[in-house]
Design a protein around this ligand. Structure first.
Ligand SMILES: Cc1cc2nc3c(=O)[nH]c(=O)nc-3n(C[C@H](O)[C@H](O)[C@H](O)COP(=O)(O)OP(=O)(O)OC[C@H]3O[C@@H](n4cnc5c(N)ncnc54)[C@H](O)[C@@H]3O)c2cc1C
Length: 423
């Protein structure tokens, strides 16, 4: 394996220890090699678990361009003022300490015959098994008038970090009585309740800081995740502030003009102060470049998340078309553990457990007003299928809502440690 040392990074002693590791694979010491592309919810978990569960019998390289991963989960709470941005950042020191070789670079292509991944910094990495967990990219032309070159004027804030900070800065700079618009995405997309938790958190911020401001949501869907719960919360806490325009009212007939800061909804043009455009999504581009998508998402087996197009490639998290699980960080983490278990069993002879998956999506509507929806799942030949589910009740008492919110805080700490370990 050729690896350019300039792009081989990490922190502290763990990084120093791992610097020599790629040479080990180059010298062909005979360990099977798993390469993971994407160090987010799915990829970080998979890399950590394969290194841990194979007890060093499988070499693991993680390719991820950023040195600090900022979670999208809880980024809405940052907009609402319940979290600071630095509380959402996670480094890769814990993975390096756990024996994962962390390479900070972009994967630019996959040669499936040669079983190599090309790197933007030069060179390539060979693999026995490749895991792709690149998250999402946006569908070109999904919202008329918007493309990536407009993301500074009209941020999506649907990838963590700087986009979320930009949206918050724009929210804070809104004139008194101004208008915040959101263009919501069509199904399927990352985090089904995410746009509506965001509307809640923006409303929470505006109620305290700019109470005559308005929120317009143009939505191509007739209904959305936890709709009755959100609408109850909006009526109780932000009455008259939020105008949700669904498919039945022309919410899907939208165009934007980033230069003029206008939004046209079903022919009616409105001048706005902030416009959060969340376009239609598809699998992160590297999955497309690897040739394992159907044009949008990557079809996988529910049993081990292996690609239906290449048994040596597994696709996790948002990028995967796996069946019934929503595209969430919790789902990506759950899928990663099933995938890691299957790969360790195949490469190092460990025991393969029957695949079981779980997901819960918590959302915050207002202070201490938490709601949740979740399910358990198993694998079938048709895909991942739900075996049981639950959702918060409309009209729940305040104590239950506060307990739900506290539960979500505990979940965040536990799952990010499960993904990134401790350095
Ligand atoms: C506003 C919002 C709120 C959310 N709230 C929740 C929540 O409360 N609970 C929950 O469970 N989920 C939530 N989510 C969803 C969650 O963030 C995603 O579902 C999850 O991050 C998906 O994990 P992933 O591994 O598929 O992708 P990601 O976590 O996005 O990770 C992908 C990684 O791949 C890297 N990458 C991409 N391309 C390449 C390449 N070519 N080479 C190398 N690296 C590459 C990226 O840099 C990134 O680090 C929320 C999302 C949003 C936007």
């Amino acid at each position: 394996m050729k690896l350019n040392r300039r792009i081989f990074l990490g922190t502290g002693a763990a990084a120093a220890a791992s610097l020599s590791a790629p040479m080990t694979f180059a010298a062909g010491h005979g360990k099977p090699h798993v390469v993971v592309v994407g160090g987010g919810a799915g990829g970080a978990t998979a890399a950590r678990y394969i290194a841990k569960d194979s007890k060093g019998e499988v070499a693991v390289t993680l390719i991820e361009p950023t040195r600090q991963y900022y979670t999208c989960f809880f980024s809405n709470l940052y907009l609402g003022g319940f979290k600071e941005m630095d509380e959402l950042g996670h480094s890769y020191g814990g993975l390096a300490a756990g024996g994962v070789n962390v390479v900070h670079d972009w994967a630019t292509g996959v040669d499936r015959d040669a079983k190599t991944v090309a790197l933007a910094g030069g060179g390539s990495v060979s693999y026995d098994k490749l895991i792709l967990s690149p998250g999402i990219d946006f569908v070109d032309g999904a919202v008329e008038g918007w493309d990536l070159s407009a993301q500074n004027a009209m941020p999506h804030a649907y990838k963590g970090g700087s986009q979320t900070e930009l949206l918050k800065a724009q929210l804070m700079a809104m004139p008194e009585g101004g208008t915040f618009a959101m263009v919501a995405p069509p199904n399927p997309y990352r985090c089904p309740p995410g746009p509506y938790e965001r509307v809640s958190m923006v409303a929470h911020f505006l109620k305290a800081n700019n109470p005559t401001a308005k929120i317009i949501v143009a939505d191509p869907k007739p209904k959305f995740s936890k709709m009755a719960l959100f609408q109850e919360g909006w009526a109780n806490n932000y009455d008259g502030m939020i105008d949700w325009i669904g498919e039945d009212f022309g919410g899907g007939n939208v165009s934007v003009d980033p230069a003029e800061m206008t939004v046209s909804i079903d022919g009616e043009v409105t001048k706005v102060d902030v416009c959060n455009v969340i376009p239609a999504m598809k699998a992160g581009r590297i999955a497309e470049l690897a040739g394992v998508t159907d044009g949008n998402w990557a079809p996988v087996s529910a049993y081990d998340l292996s690609s239906k197009m290449d048994e040596n490639i597994h696709v996790l998290g948002d990028a995967a078309a796996q069946g019934a699980m929503p595209k969430s960080g919790f789902s990506a983490n759950s899928q990663a553990k099933v995938c890691a278990n299957a790969i360790v069993a195949a490469l190092a002879g460990g025991r393969a457990f029957p695949p079981r998956f779980a997901n819960t999506c918590w959302s915050l509507i207002d202070t201490n007003d938490g709601i949740k929806v979740g399910a358990t799942y198993e694998a079938s030949d048709e895909g991942i299928v739900s075996t049981s589910s639950f959702v918060s009740d409309v009209g729940e008492d305040a104590a239950t809502r506060e307990t739900t919110y506290r539960e979500s805080l505990g979940w965040y700490d536990a799952i990010t440690e499960d993904m990134f370990g401790t350095a």
